[in-house]
Write a protein that binds this ligand. Sequence first.
Ligand SMILES: [Zn+2]
Length: 710
Amino acid sequence: MNGKPSDFACAWDFVAVAAVVLVLCAGLVFCRKSPPSPAAPADFKDFVDRTISAEKADAWLRYFTAEPHVASSPRNNELARYIKEKWEEFGLEDVTLATYDVLLSFPKTISIELVSPRRVHLEIREKGYDEDPETKSPDVGTPYNAYSRSGDITAPLVYANGGNPQDYDLLEKSGIDLKGKIALVRYSSPYSYRGFKALTAEKRGLAGLLVYSDPREDGEARGPVFPDGPWGPLSHIQRGGIPYDFIYPGDPLTPEWASKPDARRLSPEEAETLPKIISVPLSAENARPLLESLDDEIAPPEWQGSLPITYRLSGSEAKVRMQVEMEDPIRTITNVTGRLKGVESPEEVVLVGNHRDAWVYGGHDPSSGTACLMELARALGEAKKNGFQPRRTIILASWDAEEFTLTGSTEWGEDNKSWLGESLVAYLNVDSSASGRNFSVQGVPSLIPLIHQALKEVEDPIEKRPVYEVWKAGITTDEGKKEEGRVEPIGSGSDHAVFLQHIGAPALDMSFAGDYGVYHSVYDNYYWMSHFGDPGMRYTAALAKIWAHMIIDLACRPVLPLDWEGYSGELQTYVAGWAEKHDPEKKKSAKLLALLQKMKETAMPLRPYLLDAARAAALEPDIRQSVNKRLIGLEREFTDPTGTPNRPWYKHLVFGARYTYAVLLLPALTEASEAADEKAEVTALQKLEKSAAAAIARLEQITSFLGKEK
Ligand SMILES: [Zn+2]
């Protein structure tokens, strides 16, 4: 009953075969070098569009969500071997299981009890529903916060809204002492990463942290709840890691280097990213008696959630006991990689990936993305069998242990950074494919034309017009605002982090988004996906096509489709945005802004080659190679080997992440200005100026190569 999609024997209809023959003929006509030679990419876009199937994506989803598959579990390891077997069958080359031995974190005992003014033992378990027997499975583990500290504490309780610094400020202003207490906080309001809440509580001297999901944010206040709707029922619990991966992601014991069996390891005490606080996630149902036990000052209106009670700041008698016993073993995790080798420039690599490990069944996060990756792999494999020969190498990756601290991708990136630094054209991430119909993407500006192109070529499965048109028409937000689709700046939060922020390669992360109230809970499963997230997996199939189109363009275009004119323009906007706050007369930023203008102008002659493949193909191969080699290094000009101050792992000078996970533009500069550290500000500006000058020099080399052609 697993619906194992084991037999994907392909049955081409006559039209498809005829089209392939035509494509191959066309390929021979267009190609200047022969053989082997890349065929015209546009033709293989049609081929993959016909190959990618929503039904097959659904069968993959069923298989991958059949059982819980947390990192290092037997099931997740079995899925790694299964992917390897399938990718080999599809015709991918060098399919490899790359393992790392990393610090993970699992619960042995978790017990939370209200001890006063009355005794209530909280049942930290989500409710099972007859409609969806998987919610009743005994294999569903106890919800927990990975990397919580162990301990047994009994302490007074306070309610601290979102657990952000300003919330604790308000409590202290109300005369509430925080030392040694247990804070109950809710996930959003405004959103911040749970690890940030843990660090904030730790810094404020609290002894314990309880993080719950209020129905106002992702439950019944938003709409119908599971199993009748996409929002979270009262018992749903958001599991998740709380490591301080805004300092560095990956194995906490091996920052900057790979967790090979014989690798040097920090002691847990030395690892800056391991929390020193006890933390447990709760449901709204669990939180209710705790909130009811508070009887002092009423919390401000913005702090009121939507449970039918009055939310208060503290209680005269409210006391909670937290007993948490964790085990933090070193376990082996497994990434799967496979490739389609490039025929002209095999050393240039386009990398794409999704994580495989899930907190429970992982319906949306990540198995919808895994289903998308499998359809992509199958379509590219079929294309290869039918003559597709990319100019550059395409590598597909199934990452492990993303949920812990972006572990699998980070270790692999650190392991391979020397050659990735020279060869990585771009990394395209799909963490989860679809929880609705609204296309959403974060990425670096050089990829914007590539993104637009793919969106213009792929049809929205319900609207029956290009995804681009639907995306540009925009969506109406909860606040009633109309928001046009745009490529958002990229931060952290998934497997792109190491490639963008540590190695300095262009990156993006994309999905189709919608109402999603079951994140990291047992209800994020096949039932949820097939009823609410993406019934029939049509948007997942559309995303696989968008992904494939981007890959084909990146791997086949004679000149890499990376737009530095556009990037310069975005950079000007970011710097102007910073100047508005910190340099209104533009005295400090004048030099940088002038350099960026020059960078933009220097990049202009390149534009025709990005847009016109025939013109780019007419370049002599050695000129093309020189141009591409320099284009690959451009993003890395905007990295600093010494990293962001206090966070040396994060090397990108333009894109960073705040501790809350919010995007942080110009991280070193912005943080310096926010801390009013003038010396650091000058240094950060100088580094950006140096980067811009180096990028200009590189672009000048490129245009001089292009000039030779004329
Ligand atoms: Zn994920």
